[in-house]
Structure formats: structure tokens, C-alpha cells
Design a protein around this ligand. Structure first.
Ligand code: IPD
Ligand code: CA
Ligand code: CA
Ligand code: CA
Length: 262
């Protein structure tokens, strides 16, 4: 496990918010569920976890800026250091009692993810990475899978649904990929999808229409686990374009080719 001062404060904040989420999990009737759009839910648990992260991180690193899913952007005196926060990634799973959700916290330095923590309080799995220090799941060093061909690969993707995404394009992409891979998966938490690529569980992951808070922590965790992360045109513009492909070099090449031909 990495024990730098930065990772220590990030883990402390995330564990605190994680305890609140764990208490709220399964208490749907008390969670004041509302929608931000079709099938786009937000609950008191999302807000409470975000409030805890905001208070704790403002205390330990005064002046750093924030980009948060629920509150939006809060500029500090230091705009080169930005906390990018998804207090509850996988709200729909959380509401359905599915234990696949996570807090995703990144420190983005001058626009580039520098450190990341992803924590699933339901399974107690904590993924951390800091630039140059490697990636860890709890106390164990993790690496992306080494499989070389799509025909051996389990690939994860995000699915468009009611009110979200380009369904026709996704159906073409799915048709192009599903005949080439050993298995396809969908979890409902983009942060966990990236953490599971870093841990070598999924060989690759792709999704469109994501936000910085879904991806920033996972990007540095995948990179520190020896993986590659790019946008779906192969460029580095992941955060700008809101789309991501993650995996090893071979997965990146072959999946980009399959998606590009769709
Ligand atoms: C969602 C999850 C999901 C992805 C959606 C995201 P939220 O985040 O990451 O896996 O497919 O695009 O919006 O809203 O549960 O934090
Ligand atoms: Ca949300
Ligand atoms: Ca999210
Ligand atoms: Ca969220």
C-alpha cells in the first residue's frame, strides 16, 4: 500500500464518506430519491457523502479547487490542484441493493490525473494509485491483465439507456465487438469498471458519455497498473471528450479497430 501524505489524506476522507454510504445502503425508503433527468437519480446518500468529502478535503488541503458531481465546480486559491469527486458512482445499483458502487476521488494536477482512490464500501475494496508509485487493491499491488487477443478477453462496457447516449451507434459497436470477445460485462459503475481493469479482472473497458468524476481516479489507477487509457479516437483527450477505452496495448489496438469499423 502507498503511504504518502497525499494518499493518506485521500484514503481518510474516502473511508469517512464510505462509512456514511454503508449505513445508507439498504435504506432506500429514507433516501429522498429525486431525478436530475430521465433515469438519472440522486439521493440524500450522494449528497451526504459529497458533503463529507468536501469538508474533509477542504480541511486537510485548504485552497485546492473542486469539481464534484452534485455541487459542481468550486474554485479555490490553487487552481492547478483540483479534487475531482464522484461521491457515489453507481447510484442506480445503490438504489437497487446491488453492491456495485464506489466513491471515486482523484487529484487532478494541471489537468492530468495525479492520484486516485476508488472505494467500494460494500466489499471493502480500496483501490489507490499515485503517479510513479504503482497501483494497489487494499495491500496488494495490482497489474492489468496480460491477455493478448480479444478472443480470450472479458470486456466491460457502459450501456446507453433511457434518456442517455446514442443507442444506434452503441448497437453497431456492440455488434462489432460481441462476435470477437470471450465475454462482455456491464457493472453500472464506471469507476469500478476501471478499477477492475487495473486489477486484471476485466481485460478492457470502453464507455462514452462519461464525466471527469467517473473517470479521473480510474485513469491514474489503470496507468499505474501498467495499462493504457485513451479516448475512442485513440487520443489522450479522455476528459475533454468524456469517453474512455482502458486495457493493455493489444486490447487498445484491437478494440479501437473493432469500434472504429462499427
Ligand atoms: C454512472 C455510472 C454508470 C455509467 C453512467 C454514470 P452515477 O454514474 O458510472 O456506470 O454508465 O454513465 O453516469 O451517476 O451513478 O454516479
Ligand atoms: Ca449521478
Ligand atoms: Ca458517476
Ligand atoms: Ca455519482
Amino acid at each position: 500500500m502507498i503511504r504518502t501524505p497525499l494518499i493518506t489524506v485521500m484514503v481518510q476522507a474516502v473511508r469517512k464518506a464510505g462509512r456514511a454510504l454503508a449505513r445508507d445502503f439498504g435504506e432506500v425508503e429514507n433516501l429522498q430519491v429525486s431525478t436530475k433527468g430521465p433515469a438519472n437519480f440522486v439521493t440524500a446518500a450522494d449528497r451526504k457523502a459529497e458533503d463529507l468529502l468536501f469538508a474533509e478535503l477542504s480541511r486537510v488541503r485548504p485552497g485546492f479547487s473542486f469539481l464534484m458531481e452534485e455541487r459542481g465546480r468550486v474554485e479555490g486559491t490553487d487552481i492547478s490542484n483540483e479534487w475531482v469527486v464522484d461521491p457515489l458512482d453507481g447510484t442506480t445499483n445503490f438504489l437497487h441493493g446491488i453492491p456495485l458502487f464506489a466513491i471515486s476521488l482523484a487529484l487532478v494536477r494541471n489537468g492530468v490525473p495525479y492520484a486516485g482512490v476508488i472505494f467500494n464500501p460494500a466489499t471493502e475494496e480500496l483501490y489507490v494509485a499515485e503517479k510513479g508509485q504503482g497501483a494497489f487493491l487494499n495491500d496488494r499491488r495490482i497489474r492489468v491483465a496480460a491477455r493478448r487477443t480479444l478472443s480470450d478477453a472479458v470486456v466491460c462496457c457502459g450501456l446507453p439507456h433511457l434518456g442517455r447516449g446514442d443507442h444506434a451507434r452503441f448497437n453497431r459497436e456492440l455488434a462489432a465487438v460481441q462476435t470477437k470477445v470471450a465475454g462482455l460485462r456491464r457493472t453500472g459503475s464506471a469507476a469500478l469498471d476501471l478499477a477492475w481493469v487495473a486489477a486484471g479482472r476485466f481485460d478492457a473497458f470502453w464507455e462514452r458519455d462519461l464525466c471527469a468524476w467517473d473517470m479521473a481516479a480510474g485513469m491514474i489507477i489503470v496507468r499505474e497498473a501498467g495499462g493504457l487509457v485513451c479516448a475512442l479516437d485513440g487520443s489522450d483527450k479522455v476528459l475533454e471528450k468524456g469517453e474512455i477505452l482502458a486495457g493493455n496495448e493489444d486490447m487498445r489496438r484491437d478494440l479501437l479497430a473493432a469500434l472504429g469499423g462499427a
